[in-house]
Design a protein around this ligand. Sequence first.
Ligand SMILES: Cc1cc2nc3c(=O)[nH]c(=O)nc-3n(C[C@H](O)[C@H](O)[C@H](O)COP(=O)(O)OP(=O)(O)OC[C@H]3O[C@@H](n4cnc5c(N)ncnc54)[C@H](O)[C@@H]3O)c2cc1C
Length: 244
Amino acid sequence: MKLKFIHKEKIARDSWELMFEKPDGFVYEPGQYLEINLKHPKVDSRGIKRWFTMSSSPTEGDLMLTTRFVEKHSSFKQALIDLEPADEIEAIGPQGNFLLPHDVQKPAVWIAGGIGITPFRSQLKFLLDNQQLDRDITLIYSNRTEQDICFGDLWSIAAKQMPKFNLIMTLVDDIPKGWAGETGLVDEAMILRASKIVTGKQFYISGPEPMVEAFAPKLVAMGVVKADIKQDWFPNYTDEFFKV
Ligand SMILES: Cc1cc2nc3c(=O)[nH]c(=O)nc-3n(C[C@H](O)[C@H](O)[C@H](O)COP(=O)(O)OP(=O)(O)OC[C@H]3O[C@@H](n4cnc5c(N)ncnc54)[C@H](O)[C@@H]3O)c2cc1C
């Protein structure tokens, strides 16, 4: 299908929201992703294909992708950031089963590294818009610095409206004076502090590929059954703000 670009906005140090028109009849679930094929000049070795989680909720009118744009970026990212209103890109999807627990009573623990926050933005917005305010959600959100945090307004709204929404943010560098969250890398102790009991909960890990791959066995060692672990790994990102 074709997606028509609307506009972009910088929302954190290196992070951008890209808005597209939602094609008529396009249906997706919060947490799903699209395969994007973007033809562009001077294609580098990484090629023209990427995958992006829809950071928008199906309850919203437009489709939103959120991505990082760093100084030394790929030719694909240059082409993405250069999109002009009304430009069209090719997308395939929706794909993926990184979905909310079917059992609404089952507590969820979301662990996000950096831009890995995108599926959780979609899911939380979906719960808020559908008045599913009683869901038991713990979000552990790790960033390098405070300037890298995305969607701060949404976390604040959820904290006010959802009595069982438990937000733990951790920063690794440049800790601001008076910072009330955690500091340092996400590790087993931080997960235990956040979630107290790990059994009977659905765990979700989303972020750079090395982080996601390292965390699953740690959770199993902590007593989480494999069936209760869902993973969404983002290739090509290698940020060092998590413990592997
Ligand atoms: C299911 C799924 C969902 C995803 N969802 C998202 C999402 O919501 N948001 C998102 O941002 N990503 C998401 N990704 C990852 C996305 O598809 C890209 O892999 C990622 O954005 C990196 O893009 P890039 O390769 O263009 O590198 P860039 O973002 O340009 O750069 C990443 C790193 O690679 C280095 N680099 C860039 N180009 C080169 C090169 N040619 N050679 C060597 N090093 C280079 C950069 O310096 C930087 O350190 C998802 C992936 C999957 C599989």
